[in-house]
Design a protein. Structure first.
Length: 211
């Protein structure tokens, strides 16, 4: 009985330690999900037949239906503003506030897009999202979460410079490491663009949202 209780205690301790070590990642996931839910609520509380949503979705549909090479380019280009916002936010002392906001905005965009496809096209919209939009969005979201964690970490390092009594970080070396990690995260965005282009060229012909 003692062995069993000690094992349970160790398991609980390891879980708590894992949560504590990855609390920044958990917080970023929370911001993205919160933004997603906010996007859905914004769509529902605003005019659901607004021409804005229709134009944005048709624009997205046309980009996905533009051929494999152009679909990759357009998908990657759509992700760059958020990636750039997170990277630049990490280079300032208030990045710990700006980064979660940028991540939440990206989540809100996803939420409004998925909400529009569901409420406008029903089952066809759900299938469209599952086949084409969601796989790429999941990969890109992983990249954004990792980029956000690095950005917040470097921003906090910069913030420590404002407190003379704290140990000074090695900013030059940390910045090089920060840039290398952010470049690595671009692999997720490139993979996301490739997956979205691949899925769209494979299945876009089954959907006709222009008629």
């Amino acid at each position: 009985m003692k062995n069993t209780s000690s094992k349970k205690t160790k398991n609980k301790t390891s879980i708590l330690e894992a949560i504590n070590q990855n609390n920044s990642l958990i917080f970023m996931v929370f911001c993205l999900i919160l933004g997603f839910l906010a996007g859905v609520l914004i769509f529902k509380t605003k005019n659901t037949v607004s021409g804005y949503y229709s134009k944005e979705f048709i624009n997205l549909y046309n980009k996905l239906n533009s051929g494999f090479a152009l679909a990759i380019f357009n998908s990657f280009l759509d992700q760059l503003p958020f990636a750039a916002a997170i990277f630049l936010s990490g280079t300032c002392m208030v990045g710990a506030i700006l980064v979660p906001s940028a991540l939440a905005i990206r989540g809100a965009v996803y939420g409004m897009t998925f909400a529009y496809t569901y409420f406008t096209y029903g089952l066809m919209g759900i299938v469209f999202s599952l086949l084409i939009l969601i796989p790429a969005a999941v990969i890109a979201s992983i990249g954004l979460i990792l980029a956000s964690r690095e950005a917040v970490g470097f921003s906090l390092s910069l913030a420590r410079l404002a407190f003379p009594e704290t140990k000074k970080p090695r900013i030059e070396q940390d910045f090089k490491l920060y840039c290398m990690r952010q470049l690595f995260v671009l692999i997720f965005f490139a993979t996301s663009a490739f997956v979205e282009a691949l899925m769209s060229t494979s299945f876009i012909s089954f959907f006709n949202f222009l008629s």
